[in-house]
Design a protein around this ligand. Structure first.
Ligand SMILES: [Ca+2]
Length: 395
């Protein structure tokens, strides 16, 4: 059978959603690649019309909003920039709570942080308040800022320390000091746990934090220190860069893929497909998903800053114990599980007879390799660093 190799040094990112004069138009997709490279375009941030507020009772560490003004003009000047995405033709942002499919922002190839509190780690929450939906007491005065905020999200360890869950907030009662959630956590709730809140304009207080007013299409950013030396990206692509279904003997080699609201490479069935020497970063879901087939592999890839797992492997026949022989080898996988902290490993192995070997894995918030499989073959790296955010993990 003929083998097909797709090899390029193309960076498959969307620099901007609308071509500008002289910019290259997206090329017709070459089977089976779907990508939208656009050269010469850029999302433009400006401070010309930024609405920053200053008040005598303000605070220079505040975000400079109407509710939380700066104390001095010096602090306000040049801190928070804005881009009118609607004016750029960007009108579809996804729902904030669906982080796998919502717009993300990258500066100099680094994911910017949706404005959050606390800026790192977690804060304690108080006891549950009886009601039809989960409501709990907040214990830190910081939440007093959020009374008028919309679309707040909270991520918390709501009962056990090995399951975190992101849940939308439906209300913050600053008089009763209560936060109400849209639904109960799947694992239940117990008081005294930890959480952080994000998607809050009120919490832009350090470089790199941003917020999108979806109704007006205005994106706010406190730019990072190296802004904007290599440009700004917003993710628009809502499908994998490469999708292969019942495809065989195809090699994807040397591609750099970034800024998609999806898994970067999706392989369903087929045999002896290979993802080799690729860089996959800044996608909102997984790096590579190999679902079934035989002899499909990921080799020598650099996968980092993905929203969920680095690589998912499945395939094989459980009832007859027929191995699939899918694999991930010699890969460097780090800073994954950016959206959900637990149960999103660097390599998720399912099915029968699949293997992970000689991979360098580090900066894992929870699991490095997770096995739900028969006859697995796993070779752990000699040197790996894991910094668990949750518990119930080990080697
Ligand atoms: Ca913040």
């Amino acid at each position: 059978m003929k083998q097909t190799t797709i090899c390029a040094a193309l960076v498959c990112g969307i620099v901007a959603p609308v071509p500008v004069a002289g910019a290259g138009q997206p090329e017709e997709p070459v089977f089976p690649i779907r990508s939208r490279p656009v050269d010469g375009a850029a999302v433009r941030f400006t401070s010309d019309h930024t609405e920053l507020y200053v008040a005598t009772d303000g605070n220079d560490s505040a975000p400079g909003t109407k509710e939380q003004p700066f104390a001095s003009l010096e602090a306000a000047r040049g801190k928070v920039l804005q881009a009118n995405l609607k004016a750029l033709g960007i009108t579809e942002y996804g729902k904030p709570e669906d982080l796998k499919r919502s717009l993300e922002l990258f500066c100099n190839d680094k994911r910017m942080q949706l404005a959050r509190w606390p800026n790192k780690g977690f804060a304690a929450y108080g006891e549950e308040v009886e009601g039809p939906h989960l409501r709990f007491k907040y214990v830190d005065n910081r939440s007093d800022r959020w009374g008028q905020a919309e679309d707040i999200l909270v991520n918390g360890f709501w009962r056990v320390d090995w399951v975190d869950e992101i849940i939308p907030v439906t209300g913050v009662d600053t008089e009763k000091r209560e936060i109400t959630l849209e639904r109960n956590p799947g694992c239940g709730f117990s008081g005294g746990g930890r959480f952080y809140a994000f998607n809050l304009l009120e919490e832009i207080d350090v470089p790199g934090e941003w917020y999108l007013d979806g109704e007006r299409g205005i994106l706010y950013l406190w730019p990072p220190d190296d802004f904007p030396s290599r440009g700004v990206l917003v993710s628009l692509l809502q499908s994998p860069f490469v999708s292969m279904e019942q495809t065989s003997f195809v090699t994807i080699r040397g591609l750099a893929m970034q800024a998609a609201r999806a898994t970067a490479v999706d392989v369903a069935g087929g045999t002896h497909n290979l993802i080799a020497g690729c860089t996959i970063r800044n996608v909102s879901s997984s790096g590579v998903d190999i679902d079934g087939g035989t002899g499909n592999g990921v080799l020598g890839c650099n996968i980092h800053d993905v929203g969920l797992e680095g690589v998912e492997l499945s395939g094989g026949n459980r009832s007859r114990l027929i191995p699939a022989g899918n694999y991930v080898e010699n890969c460097h996988i780090h800073h994954f599980a950016r959206h959900k902290k637990t149960s999103q490993p660097a390599v998720q192995i399912g099915g029968v007879g699949n293997r992970a070997a000689h991979n360098l894995i580090h900066d894992a918030p929870h699991q490095a390799i997770s096995k739900i499989t028969w006859t697995p073959r796993v070779s752990l790296p000699a040197e790996s660093s894991f910094w668990p955010t949750g518990c119930d993990v080990g080697r």
